[in-house]
Ligand binder design. Structure first.
Ligand SMILES: Cc1ncc(COP(=O)(O)O)c(C=O)c1O
Length: 397
């Protein structure tokens, strides 16, 4: 039997891409982990989640374990609705869809808006899992560079004008992480946010705003594109992965009723009622504002430790963006192939992610690497950067 022959054309094409997650390095267990976008272990509320599970089952018995689940599922949606409101994005219940993480939201959006002829615009570099999702649906992906003020909207405007002039297919949507970007840690300026929305209106495309890190500012959180959007162009994707626990798989989409209806059509019941009810119970018992303050303080301090160590241990010509929040520092090491460097770094006992995986054209990312300050404690970060400095120096000799 030829298994291949059973796949339709679009699936065959997708299966020719690199396998999902292939880029994740297999890091020795005793290495200092600066590669992963995980929350700090002590900030994951495991004890509180254990109590929430016990409370949920004590109060509702088998109810949360049925398909239809607990009434707390509606309470989770109401919590998200209120949170969106607090952040300047008032929502009706019908404008929200709870998903299995932001990634399910992104996948559903790709599914309803993309086919093999559709064009999608992404930042360069961008979140590699989103890139993997889009590549499952289309190979027409266009990249627009990022600088310290986020997406370069003048490049976007130029590209759109050129495509229109020569009659090429115009993009269905732009995928952007405007706030505390993965991997660069940059934040799109207010002016550029306005410009993105103007261009969306002028060239009639949608904006997929991924706000996974949006509440993790060290001093403040910028206004979201969704909060500035008066024309219903923005599909907003949120997540509790970076502020509560990624394994709970809780995210959401906020968009107009028509779009939510279409997403719901395909999502069916492919999420987790028990996780949703547990999360609702946890949130009932959580002072979320104070939780965010704790996270922000911890990550701000650890980011500073990392930045100071980079200054001390990396060569003069190394460059990085100073993030205003989120989890990551994006480093350029001129003349160094960071994928080769990773092999030496892991022998030395520290990990990072080579920059190439965040680019559609991977040759653009050779001299870059992504460091995460979220997971390790300050001591680990300091030692990790010391080790990184050591392998960088020896690779230059
Ligand atoms: C930009 C971005 N979006 C989405 C996600 C994943 O979110 P979730 O766990 O809610 O699917 C991540 C996680 O690394 C991310 O960096």
């Amino acid at each position: 039997m030829n298994a291949e022959s059973f796949f339709p054309k679009n699936i065959k094409a997708a299966l020719h891409n690199n396998p999902p997650g292939e880029w994740i390095p297999s890091v020795p267990t005793n290495a200092i982990r600066l590669h992963s976008g995980y929350p700090a272990p002590q900030l994951v509320p495991s004890k509180e989640l254990k109590e929430a599970v016990a409370q949920l089952l004590d109060e509702e018995n088998d109810l949360p374990l049925h398909y239809i689940g607990s009434p707390r599922i509606d309470k989770l949606k109401e919590w998200v609705r209120l949170r969106q409101g607090v952040r300047g994005m008032p929502a009706k219940v019908e404008e929200l869809l709870i998903t299995a993480g932001a990634c399910q939201g992104i996948d559903l959006i790709a599914r309803i808006f993309l086919d093999k002829d559709a064009v999608v615009v992404v930042e360069s570099p961008t979140y590699m899992e989103a890139l993997e999702i889009f590549q499952n649906y289309t190979d027409q992906i266009i990249t627009v560079p990022i600088d310290k003020n986020g997406l370069h909207t003048e490049h976007l405007a130029k590209m759109l004008a050129e495509r229109k002039q020569i009659g090429l297919t115009m993009p269905s949507f732009l995928y952007t992480i405007p706030t505390f970007h993965n991997p660069t840690g940059t934040t799109m300026s207010e002016d550029r946010r306005g410009h993105v929305l103007e261009l969306a209106e002028e060239y009639d495309f949608l904006v997929l705003e991924d706000d996974a890190y949006g509440e993790l500012g060290f001093t403040d959180n910028p206004n979201t594109l969704k909060s500035m959007d008066t024309k219903d162009r923005v599909l907003y994707v949120g997540s509790l992965s970076k502020v509560v626990a990624p394994g709970m798989r809780i995210g959401w989409v906020h968009a107009t009723v028509k779009f939510i209806h279409a997403l719901f059509w395909f999502k069916k019941d492919l999420e987790h009622p028990f996780a949703q009810a547990t999360m609702a119970t946890l949130l009932e018992n959580t002072d979320f504002t104070s939780r965010l303050q704790t996270l922000s303080k911890n990550y701000k301090e650890k980011c500073q430790v990392m930045l100071d160590a980079l200054e001390k241990y990396l060569p003069e010509d190394a460059e990085w963006f100073v993030p205003g929040g989120g989890y990551f520092v994006w480093v350029k090491l001129p003349g160094i192939d960071t994928e080769k460097l990773l092999t030496d770094a892991m022998k030395e006992g520290v990990s990072f992610l080579p920059g190439k995986y965040f680019f559609l054209d991977q040759t653009e990312g050779i001299e870059y690497l992504r460091l995460s300050f979220s997971y390790e404690n300050e001591e680990g970060i300091l030692k990790g950067i010391q080790k990184l400095g050591k392998v960088v120096s020896s690779s230059l000799n």
